[in-house]
Ligand binder design. Structure first.
Ligand code: ZN
Length: 235
């Protein structure tokens, strides 16, 4: 097995203290994170009274599927997707959906809904016996294709985002959409390095991810994530 890179060691150390108090913090304003690109979606609602935001749900999305860098996801979340622009848009353009965040392939962070509000990303779902995960969750879409790998820059941004979220909300669990809607959804799928992300951020998660971490005899392995601390600051 290859020796751990410097990035491994840095992330391993930072994981032990909540991954990185020294990196630049981003401020919140009414549930909006400074530093993200804000694109307001009309698709949101009030969270139930006394609902605590304890869950982060990771998804994957790309429109058309597997095509990256365009504005179709932005259009979908703002109800402006032209059904004639691509055959795959016809079946989704009328959906009224959103997520709080989208992390593009290059690590760019977009925010569509205030985290104080309920975004429409999980649909029919349940976690730890509680239904309607949208009530208590933050929806994070990684630009990508279900089952396929994601970019290092996306992991770096995700880790930094989770840290910023935990400063503001009582997050406890990180899950994939596939775990809260089993049998109906399969994103982000096996290409997402859930075990490593869980280990790095210190949240709890689905058995499928925690078991993988436990089974590893060599302890923390985040080499494949390849997070460069310098990039954590840059994004
Ligand atoms: Zn999803």
């Amino acid at each position: 097995m290859a020796p751990a890179s410097e990035a491994d060691r840095l992330i391993a150390r930072s994981a032990g203290r909540g991954w990185g108090g020294r990196r630049a913090r981003r401020a919140w304003r009414d549930g909006w994170l400074r530093g993200a690109q804000w694109i307001a979606s009309p698709n949101h609602g009030a969270r139930p009274p006394r609902a605590e935001v304890t869950l982060a749900v990771v998804h994957s999305i790309s429109l058309p599927p597997g095509v990256y860098g365009g504005d179709a996801v932005e259009r979908l979340f703002t109800n402006r997707l032209d059904p004639r622009a691509h055959p795959s848009f016809a079946e989704v353009h009328a959906l009224r959906v959103s997520a709080h965040f989208v992390i593009r392939r290059d690590g760019r962070l977009q925010q569509y809904v205030s985290c104080d509000r309920r975004a429409w990303h999980a649909g029919v779902s349940a976690w730890r016996g509680r239904e309607n995960c949208n009530d208590v969750s933050i929806g994070i879409e990684l630009e990508g294709l279900e089952g396929r790998p994601f970019e290092d820059a996306q992991y770096a941004q995700l880790l930094r985002l989770l840290r910023d979220l935990r400063r503001r909300y009582p997050l406890r669990d990180l899950v994939g959409h596939e775990h809260v809607a089993p049998g109906r959804k399969r994103d982000p799928g096996p290409g997402f390095r859930g075990p490593e992300v869980l280990q790095a951020c210190g949240l709890q998660g689905p058995e499928a991810w925690t078991a993988t971490v436990r089974d590893r005899s060599d302890g923390l392995r985040v080499s494949d994530v390849g997070v460069d601390p310098g990039r954590l600051i840059a994004h």
